[in-house]
Write a protein that binds this ligand. Structure first.
Ligand code: FA5
Ligand code: MG
Length: 431
């Protein structure tokens, strides 16, 4: 969980085989299955401390959604906190002067000019989707880790906040769309550091080929799609960044085979910016496309924008501080972010004996619920099991505001609340 380290994300488990960009034939896969039981470790619902302004309703895709529709304090299968509800409907990707909107428009330009506007664009699909859309339609197995309450925000057992834009692939195919881009906000319970945030933006790309597209070449359909996909994404990376160091990593997704991730060298480490692959036939079959082949990708827009604009911390995208927002303009791709000031971090450690139901995502959610964007990183710094079989974890919490210096009193107060709440909600014993 260190800053800028390469991590596997919930859908992918990278086999970390370094590929050259033309190494298409060296496919290898690692399993993404997990023994974690679905619904294994929900964050217990107790009376919430309100650390966020309570928003009573938000507008999503022209529909008003009340807080009670999404945040249900009394329902144990609901794990959406107010901090997340307040982000629904913000749609940073639809703001032309925001780095996320600027990068989205630059990607649109690339597709419009290279594919003669063949790719249809969707950017206003509701992020509240069914588990069928989010998981079943894209062949996510019943025991896949991403389905757990630990990883995904559930509104109720059949409804989630989408955790990827792949949730819309199947419905758009069923409606007859064959080449499209879907952009939207996605939601995940995740670790806390400079490149992970529980709400971020993805752009899905999907492209169906018919037999006549590959019949003339002497390679098979899968290889045709995989080569086309890599060519398309390498071209996109050059369009956005010019010369940049990148590498392909083989990985596993339930919905593609073969599957790849693209990493870009940024701040002295490899940063995963997208997942992609050749679509599983089962998905195409659902829409009667048995004789076709397709590729798909899911880009992390924050990650791309961090590289493009040199933005060091993912929390900044949510800042309304003028010193941040005023640095970006519509269509301006060449801007490098100038940090307005680097305020000092404050480190606090917390140790406790964990119980069987403890999960790091639940812990991170408690810390975010109290400190919001004042928490920069949560890192496990010590982990041991004693002779009695009790396991102790020590976490270092880095508090830092991007906008001002924090006072000792304020940080002590936050840490004390974290200690109380962790004990109350997570069934751990403080040390
Ligand atoms: C997916 O979400 C797949 N749906 C992508 C895909 C689509 C694969 C179509 C194949 C075909 P993954 O979980 O790896 O994959 O996330 C995709 C990208 O989202 C990552 O590469 C990263 O850039 C970004 N991302 C993931 N988690 C976070 C996070 N917590 N904060 C910010 N960005 C994130
Ligand atoms: Mg990934």
């Amino acid at each position: 969980m260190t800053i800028f380290s390469v991590q596997s994300t919930i859908f992918s488990r990278a086999s970390v085989v370094l590929l050259s960009s033309n190494g298409l034939k060296r496919f290898s896969f690692a399993s993404s299955f997990s023994s974690n039981a679905v619904y294994s470790s929900p964050l217990p619902k107790t009376k919430k401390r309100r650390c966020y302004p309570i928003v009573s309703a938000v507008d999503i895709a022209g529909v008003t959604i009340a807080r009670n529709d999404v945040v249900r304090d009394d329902d144990p299968t609901n794990n959406v906190p107010d901090s997340i509800f307040s982000k629904l409907g913000m749609q940073l990707h639809r703001r032309d002067k925001h780095p996320i909107g600027i990068i989205k428009n630059a990607i649109y330009d690339y597709f419009d000019s290279n594919y003669a506007k063949e790719f249809e664009k969707f950017e206003d699909l509701s992020p509240i989707v069914s588990t069928k859309q989010n998981f079943d339609d894209v062949l996510v197995p019943a025991d896949h880790v991403s389905r757990s309450l630990n990883d995904t925000y559930y509104v109720d057992p059949q409804t989630v906040l989408r955790c990827h834009t792949s949730a819309h692939q199947a419905e758009l195919l069923r409606k007859g769309h064959r080449r499209f881009l879907v952009t939207g906000d996605v939601y995940r319970r995740d670790s806390i550091d400079a490149t992970h945030y529980p709400v971020f933006h993805q752009m899905e790309g999907f492209c169906v080929f018919s037999p006549e597209d590959w019949n003339e070449s002497d390679i098979d359909s899968t290889l045709h799609a995989a080569e086309d996909l890599k060519k398309c994404l390498e071209g996109l990376a050059r369009h956005l960044f010019g010369a940049v160091e990148m590498r392909w990593v083989d990985t596993y997704f339930p919905f593609t085979n073969p599957s790849f991730e693209l990493e870009i060298y940024f701040k002295e480490d490899w940063l995963e910016v997208l997942g992609c692959g050749v679509t599983e036939q089962g998905i195409l079959k659902q829409s009667g496309l048995d004789n076709n082949v397709a590729w798909a990708f899911g880009l992390g827009l924050e990650r791309l924008a961090m590289v493009l604009f040199d933005i060091p911390d993912i929390r900044l995208f949510w800042s309304s501080d003028e010193r941040f927002t005023s640095q970006f303009g519509k269509g301006e791709l060449g801007v490098k972010f100038k940090p307005f000031s680097k305020y000092p971090p404050c480190y606090k450690d917390i140790s406790f004996w964990i119980s069987d139901s403890f999960t790091e995502n639940n812990f991170c959610e408690v810390v975010r619920g109290i400190a919001g964007d004042l928490v920069e990183e949560v890192k496990l710094i010590d982990n041991f099991t004693n002779k009695k079989g009790m396991t102790s974890h020590c976490y270092r919490i880095v508090f830092r505001s991007m906008e001002r210096s924090l006072t000792d009193e304020e940080v002590n107060n936050l840490q004390s609340k974290v200690r109380d709440e962790v004990q109350r909600k997570l069934n751990v014993e403080l040390r």
